[in-house]
Design a protein around this ligand. Structure first.
Ligand SMILES: C[S@@+](CC[C@H](N)C(=O)[O-])C[C@H]1O[C@@H](n2cnc3c(N)ncnc32)[C@H](O)[C@@H]1O
Length: 518
């Protein structure tokens, strides 16, 4: 579907109905869809921006409101209605003068810095991490000095990323920022929005220049195939549109090389590191399917005619790599909900809250993809926009391996289920401590220390009460890191697992947007 004013107008009207009912989240979604469908240089665009400014005004987000009033004016907002906008603008400016609210505008990204000196080559990883390779674990990451709970050991950007279709109107297609849904639509397609003109330019210099004309159809493909295609586009842009140069480069670098072996961190080297990630060779996709897809876009059609076999091989490998390596990118839902609480007094039977981040997209990360799995991991990932921040969850001794969790944790899944799923998707039989010693799930775990159990209960109660505030959440999180550092010998136990969950919740709280839509 291309831009179409009639459809845009009807979406805006749907938005107005939600707005009148004060359902601002739904209204904003409809206005953003309306913006995506509005034709360039039409007043439909201006009207949608103006309506969005009304939501921001009601939510007292005056800077967003002013920005949208400006966008409306720049986009043919009808002169006839200008009085309404001008009045809103004036009210906004006055309100801003009187607005004494504390602005919790700490950039989430600034909350996290590497805890130790950086690796000289891989500057986003601490220097004490090394890659090892053996017959049991394949390639894996170990530390040559002991690490403590809370240490930030890597902050990695994705090589390639993709926003899920259902979040296109809520998250910037370039940087994954939500910006309170204050996004601008792509000028040409209806399936991409950006938080700034700068992000739009960056996307259009790479994958979006090829994808834009075919976004509507490619967004219906499976996520792995979409990621494979996008990787091809990202890499094509790196090779200045030359499929010939890309093929030559791959042929000239046949050796397996990881992010630890590549010479620099330039985009070509990063691609080599992605291309040499472990692949699931049981996954097969017919060349005819790829050929059919290649006919959708003019660029793909053109290069398929000269390099069909190479492109089929490229996409095939990327799909095989995707299934065992690519990460979901988690983000906060913008609709109010947050932590909802279970009955605290049921501890040790239950955690006191549930964490509610949602998977907003997928990304490929050459370093984090070298981490192996454990059902009782010692590191955890959190996302700041599209970046993975890798943080130590349990003390790690010098020489020990760093273990991530692939979504199968011993506290909430039986050993049999975990092992079955891991074998099916990742082709290995897990032999982590939790599997080896058949640790029980949370509800059947022992209590190791009554004093700590009381602490855990208190923490849960506080978690329930705490107003979301980044600074407070961060300081609580640090307190809990200390408790885990001092008491980790009691792991696994109800109280330690509970404290670790609360620790993760406080960490997420420190990232949660300070405002959400009702
Ligand atoms: C994301 S990769 C991790 C890096 C991988 N070891 C390598 O050599 O590139 C996932 C793959 O690593 C292997 N793997 C992960 N965790 C493992 C574990 N605990 N024991 C053995 N193999 C594991 C499996 O082959 C899995 O499909």
């Amino acid at each position: 579907m291309s831009k179409l004013n009639a459809k845009s107008v009807s979406l805006r009207r749907e938005g107005n109905e939600f707005f009148n009912q004060k359902c601002y989240y739904n209204a904003m979604l409809k206005y953003n869809e309306s913006l995506c469908l509005a034709e360039l240089d039409s007043e439909t665009l201006g009207l949608a921006y103006a309506n969005r400014s009304d939501i921001y005004f009601e939510m007292k987000l005056y800077n967003h409101c002013l920005k949208n009033i400006n966008l409306a004016k720049q986009n043919k907002y009808p002169e006839l209605n200008a009085v309404v906008l001008n009045e809103r603008e004036e009210k906004c400016l006055n309100a801003l003068k009187q607005d004494k609210r504390e602005n919790d505008c700490t950039d989430a990204q600034q909350l996290f810095k590497l805890s130790y000196a950086q690796n000289k080559n891989i500057t986003f990883v601490i220097d004490c991490l090394e890659m090892k390779n053996d017959s049991t674990y394949g390639r894996h990451i170990v530390t040559n000095k002991s690490l403590k709970v809370g240490d930030v050991v890597a902050i990695e950007e994705p090589f390639c990323k993709i926003v899920r279709d259902e979040y296109v109107q809520q998250i910037c297609s370039w940087c994954f920022k939500s910006n309170m849904m204050d996004l601008i639509p792509c000028r040409s397609c209806t399936k991409a929005m950006f938080c700034s003109a700068d992000c739009e330019t960056k996307a259009c210099q790479t994958f979006h220049k090829y994808e834009c004309p075919v976004m509507e159809i490619t967004s219906k493909l499976s996520k792995n195939l979409q990621m494979a295609l996008r990787t091809l586009y990202v890499v094509l842009a790196i090779f200045d549109d030359s499929i010939h140069d890309l093929q030559k480069y791959i042929l000239n670098h046949p050796e397996i090389c990881t992010i630890f072996d590549v010479k620099g961190l330039d985009e070509r080297s990063k691609f080599l590191a992605i291309n040499s990630l472990i692949a699931n060779d049981k996954i097969d996709i017919r060349k005819e399917v790829l050929e059919e897809i290649s006919q959708w876009s003019s660029k793909l059609k053109e290069i398929w005619s000269t390099h069909g076999d190479f492109i089929a091989q490229f996409l095939h490998r990327q799909i095989q790599v995707a299934t065992v390596n690519y990460h979901e990118i988690y983000s906060w839902p913008l609709k109010k909900g947050g932590f909802f609480d279970k009955d605290i007094d049921k501890l040790p039977d239950a955690f006191a809250y549930q964490r509610v981040t949602v998977s907003a997209g997928n990304g490929s990360y050459p370093f984090c993809s070298l981490l192996n799995h454990s059902c009782a991991p010692n590191v955890g990932k959190i996302f700041v926009n599209d970046k993975i921040v890798l943080i130590v969850q349990r003390p790690i001794e010098k020489g020990a391996q760093l273990f991530d969790n692939y979504g199968y944790h011993f506290t909430n899944m039986s050993k049999d289920c975990r092992q079955k799923e891991l074998l099916k998707q990742y082709k290995f039989l897990c032999n982590c401590d939790a599997c080896k010693h058949n640790w029980p799930i949370l509800t059947n775990l022992k209590i190791a220390n009554k004093l700590n159990l009381n602490k855990a209960k208190k923490v849960c109660r506080e978690l329930k009460m705490l107003e979301v505030n980044r600074k407070k959440a961060m300081s609580k999180y640090k307190e809990l890191c200390d408790i885990v550092n001092k008491n980790h010998k009691n792991f696994p136990s109800v109280e330690m697992c509970s404290i670790m969950e609360s620790m993760a919740a406080y960490l997420e709280m420190s990232l949660k947007p300070s405002l959400q839509f009702v």
